[in-house]
Design a protein around this ligand. Structure first.
Ligand code: GLY
Length: 424
């Protein structure tokens, strides 16, 4: 099978790593890819949102399957364009992808279909939003409507911070993505992420993970795209996962199809495990980054037939997915200054060492120059991932590998997995 993989981050490197293990694979092309992905197949310098470029590349290589990694490519309509030229695509259309690309759409969708989530209101002007705060209790949850690279959610402890967030978002901080804001009731509980594959009609649950969104240890510091993950998260018990499946995942796939936008791809449900049961925090229309990394390490089944089946409406024909009993962890190494102003160009030594069969390092944002030197080229730069028979062993393996990487200008959290370890 010839595969075009769209994207260039740690998530896409993890997908490439797993796809490359498939005996069905005959050619893997990643666009734009990264140096880690280049070691697993070909890479082409075509941007993830360059829809015409991605279609031309898929046609040139005779792709049997296109796999979309990032949300921006979903929103840009890569899946719609592939459908027009008859190439199977794993990843939802832009219309189905509104479950991620518009929080206002998703909240209204949940209200229409009685799906469990926090109460909310949508505002298009700062004056209305500021006045609307009267109808909510602190802390205030303020969200930009559109895609904002993980930075569009503010939990404001008081009114002044909430008003400042409203003014920033509606004042153009996120461009068009912030032309409306959603204010939500604050929910309490632990967060966990549940994943499901869907082929437009049939679905399969696809594991769970827990993310660490804040930059520093102890869940301090600014929100990021995610500083680490582990899987499985003990907090999402089988009973809670079943409840989330019945009350949220299954009805969502049914309803989005009934509304004319059948969902083909992976749905990532960010859940709050509240005292009243799991409630939706947000949907993402893609694998999480770095949630994908730990799922790929734990997945025993060949991924490729499942991706292809989602794209071609044949998921029901495949056997149940098989998972390793192991725990997996991913620790993100980021460039100092991330998320505000990551330092670029600093040298990283030792990341390509052999850390043993239970450790995998994914490239999230590192370049490798003609001199062969690896350098930081983004905010989140490396994903140090490990598996083990229990979370603590996986954790020790990942941090032992980090201890061998020489990158003074990088930083990482030393407490990834702490909730899982606390409940072990
Ligand atoms: N790690 C969170 C996300 O991918 O959105």
């Amino acid at each position: 099978m010839k595969v075009l993989l769209v994207g260039s981050g740690g998530r896409e490197h993890a997908l490439a790593w797993k796809i490359a293990q498939s005996p069905l694979l005959t050619r893997l092309v990643s666009a734009p890819g990264n140096p880690g992905m280049a070691a697993l197949g070909e890479v082409r310098a075509i941007g993830a949102t360059d829809v015409a470029g991605q279609v031309a590349l898929a046609q040139e290589i005779g792709a049997d399957l296109v796999v979309i990694g990032p949300d921006a490519a979903v929103e840009a309509g890569v899946a719609d364009a592939m459908a027009e030229v008859g190439i199977p695509c794993f990843g939802p259309t832009a219309a189905a992808g509104r479950l991620e690309s518009s929080k206002a759409f998703t909240k209204a969708f949940c209200a229409r279909h009685g799906l469990p989530t926090a109460g909310y209101e949508v505002f298009g002007t700062a004056a209305e939003a500021r006045a609307g705060l009267d109808r909510f209790e602190p802390p205030y949850v303020i969200k930009a409507d559109g895609l904002a690279a993980g930075k569009g959610v503010i939990i404001a402890p008081g009114r002044a911070e909430a008003e400042a967030a409203i003014d920033d978002m509606l004042g153009g901080q996120f461009g068009r993505a912030g032309s409306r804001v959603v204010i939500e009731a604050f929910m309490t509980g632990q967060e966990a992420s549940l994943f499901a594959l869907c082929d437009g009609e049939h679905y399969r649950l696809f594991g769970a993970a827990q993310d660490h969104k804040r930059a520093y240890d102890g869940d301090e510091g600014p929100n990021t795209g995610g500083m680490g993950t582990y899987s499985p998260p003990p907090a999402l018990t089988p009973a809670l996962a079943l409840e989330a499946e019945r009350r949220l995942i299954a009805p969502t796939f049914r309803a989005i199809a009934a509304e004319g936008a059948p969902y083909r791809g992976v749905l990532f449900a960010g859940l709050m495990l509240t005292p009243e049961g799991p409630k939706l925090v947000e949907f993402n229309a893609r694998f999480g980054d770095p949630e994908c990394q730990v799922l790929m390490l734990r997945l025993k089944s060949d991924l490729l037939p499942y991706l292809h089946a989602c794209a071609t409406g044949r998921l029901a024909e495949l056997p149940e997915l098989e998972w390793r009993d192991d725990c997996a962890i991913c620790v993100v190494m980021a460039a100092r200054g991330y998320p505000e102003a990551p330092l670029k160009g600093t040298e990283i030594r030792g990341a390509d060492a052999d850390f043993g069969p239970e450790v995998v390092v994914f490239n999230a944002g590192a370049s490798v120059g003609e001199d062969g030197v690896m350098r930081a080229a983004g905010g989140r730069v490396l994903n140090i991932c490990a598996v083990g028979p229990d979370l603590n062993t996986a954790r020790e393996r990942a941090y032992a590998a980090i201890g061998r990487i020489d990158w003074p200008e990088g930083f990482y959290r030393s407490d990834i997995g702490w909730r899982g370890l606390a409940s072990a």
